[in-house]
Design a protein around this ligand. Structure first.
Ligand SMILES: NC(=O)C1=CN([C@@H]2O[C@H](COP(=O)(O)OP(=O)(O)OC[C@H]3O[C@@H](n4cnc5c(N)ncnc54)[C@H](O)[C@@H]3O)[C@@H](O)[C@H]2O)C=CC1
Ligand SMILES: O=C(O)[C@H]1O[C@H](OP(=O)(O)OP(=O)(O)OC[C@H]2O[C@@H](n3ccc(=O)[nH]c3=O)[C@H](O)[C@@H]2O)[C@H](O)[C@@H](O)[C@@H]1O
Length: 454
């Protein structure tokens, strides 16, 4: 089938490349000329494991452009995957979506096109996009006859760092549409994934437990709400284990054992129960805020979601409190942060706990040293005020240091030969912000090991 994807960020790029890999003819449109140039050269503008390999495998079916006229006319499906950042009041800023919808309408030239919203948008946005498309299309002097289109919602559930596997082997596909023809088109588009009939990419074998993928077909509003409800649930699951973690620290319980004991109950499940400095990234913060904002439009409070947000913010401050308890005075102390990305396997720094922790430490007069095996380059560009504190190598972090904090559990840190660094530190204190290091081993190596909870 012929597909156009608008926006080549984490979501649009993964969607476009994956669909091209499955044999669809895909054109990706982005206004960012640099991104388009890089992608045309086979280079991936984001750090996403496997993406450059998949780009190479999908290349015969894939093209990149800044022109809607090269992608939209003739497409059976147009995906819109532009950013929807938080506006001042917490509601999503829909400017990018509006502009993309207007541009799509100006280029539509096909008997039936499904315009699919993949961005995370407030409930009701599907109808809003539909109205923009119709209005913009009606304003065209050159509008062709016989053009029909319908809007569908197809929320995205991929995780950064795991984007390709989450797309090719998803837990479910959700399609919201009030138009049966759209559903039929999208069902056809996704059939290889739904039935798992494709041959996986050479670098990504099919998981042994992969089965046919459930298709959840709903009305537009339900699909839009599923996305927010799922993200908020994952966020509050993490906040819950972190709240329990703080109690565990007080009563002398081991939160990792507590989480394991809880997670083995299949009704709870062990995933997203890893205690630590809390969640970051571009979506949990934005989407929980948007859910609260949407509810307030209907005079509805969302106390559980609000509490999850507060607990998450508190975790970042708790990391600093733990250091203060151990070192008593933070002023003048040298503190190294290991990991700047909001989680491993991505260079994404949006709402990363490391940013708040670094700023809180600086505000208390500490001298910070920052390190990340992958995100440092991007950090330098996006965080110019904190960039002078970056350290190129780990010696620069540990040397004469009063404490190091594991903020992001990159494999490089977990597999580090920690014995090499203990002698460099002035005070060999390690704060494990992810409960990811082996406490006994660290103690054997001569570190004073402290975890965020306990
Ligand atoms: N990042 C993630 O892991 C996930 C994101 N989402 C949602 O998907 C949406 C997109 O997120 P990301 O891919 O992270 O965003 P992103 O910021 O990485 O990428 C958005 C892309 O859209 C392009 N763009 C903006 N306006 C455009 C326009 N009018 N025409 C053409 N291109 C345009 C930008 O240049 C950029 O390349 C958001 O609503 C987000 O909440 C959903 C699931 C996962
Ligand atoms: O809407 C989105 O953008 C996406 O948001 C999350 O994906 P992502 O933000 O990429 O990353 P996650 O793996 O969910 O991690 C989010 C944050 O939670 C933290 N986390 C995760 C799991 C856990 O047990 N504990 C924990 O603290 C991570 O360190 C990270 O900071 C969701 O998992 C995706 O399903 C969703 O599509």
């Amino acid at each position: 089938m012929k597909v156009c994807v608008v926006g080549t960020g984490y979501v649009g790029l993964t969607t476009g490349v994956s669909l091209a890999f499955l044999g669809h003819e895909v054109t990706c449109v982005d206004l960012d000329q640099n991104k388009v140039d890089m992608l045309r050269a086979g280079k991936c503008p984001i750090y996403e494991p496997g993406m450059e390999d998949l780009l190479a495998e999908a290349a015969p079916n894939l093209s990149f452009t800044t022109s809607y006229d090269e992608g939209v006319p003739g497409a059976d499906v147009v995906f819109v995957a532009v950013q929807t950042p938080s506006a001042e009041d917490g509601s999503p800023d829909l400017r990018f979506l509006r502009s993309a919808a207007e541009s799509v309408a100006r280029s539509l030239h096909h008997d039936f096109t499904v315009v699919v919203n993949k961005s995370t948008v407030p409930i009701g946005s599907g109808n809003w996009v539909d109205a923009i498309l119709r209005e913009s299309f009606a304003q065209r002097d050159d509008r062709p006859a016989g053009v029909e289109f319908a809007v569908a919602s197809n929320p995205e559930f991929l995780r950064e760092g795991n984007a390709i596997a989450d797309t090719l082997f998803p837990d479910r596909i959700v399609i919201g549409s009030d138009n049966p023809r759209s559903l039929e088109v999208l069902n056809r588009l996704y059939r290889p994934i739904i039935n798992q009939t494709f041959t996986p990419p050479t670098f990504l074998p099919r998981p042994e437990d992969a089965t046919a993928v459930p298709l959840v077909s709903t009305d537009l509003a339900s699909a839009e709400l599923i996305k927010y409800a799922a993200n908020a649930f994952l966020a509050l699951k993490i906040s819950y284990v972190n709240e329990i973690g703080q109690l565990a620290a007080k009563v002398g319980a081991d939160i990792t054992e507590v989480a394991r004991g809880m997670g083995l109950d299949q009704r709870i499940g062990s995933r997203f129960l890893q205690p630590g400095v809390g969640w970051g990234g571009s979506c949990f913060g934005k989407d929980t805020k948007a859910l609260v904002a949407t509810a307030s439009e209907y005079n509805l409070e969302m106390p559980i979601v609000k509490a999850a947000r507060e607990v998450n913010q508190r975790q970042r401050a708790i990391a600093v409190e733990r250091l203060q308890n151990e070192l008593r005075i933070l002023k003048g102390r040298k503190i190294g942060l290991l990991g700047l990305a909001f989680k491993p396997n991505t260079d994404d720094l949006r709402d990363s706990p490391a940013l708040d922790i670094a700023n809180l430490l600086l505000a208390r007069g500490a001298r910070v040293r920052l390190h990340d095996p992958v995100a440092a380059e991007r950090f330098r560009r996006e965080q110019p005020e904190l960039a002078p504190y970056l350290s190129e190598d780990l010696d620069g972090v540990f040397d004469d240091c009063d404490a190091v904090v594991l903020v992001t559990e990159w494999a490089q840190y977990l597999e580090l030969d920690w014995s090499k660094f203990v002698g460099l530190m002035r005070n060999p204190l390690v704060l494990d912000g992810r409960h990811a290091l082996d406490a006994e081993r660290m103690a054997r190596l001569g570190y004073k090991y402290v975890a965020i909870a306990g």
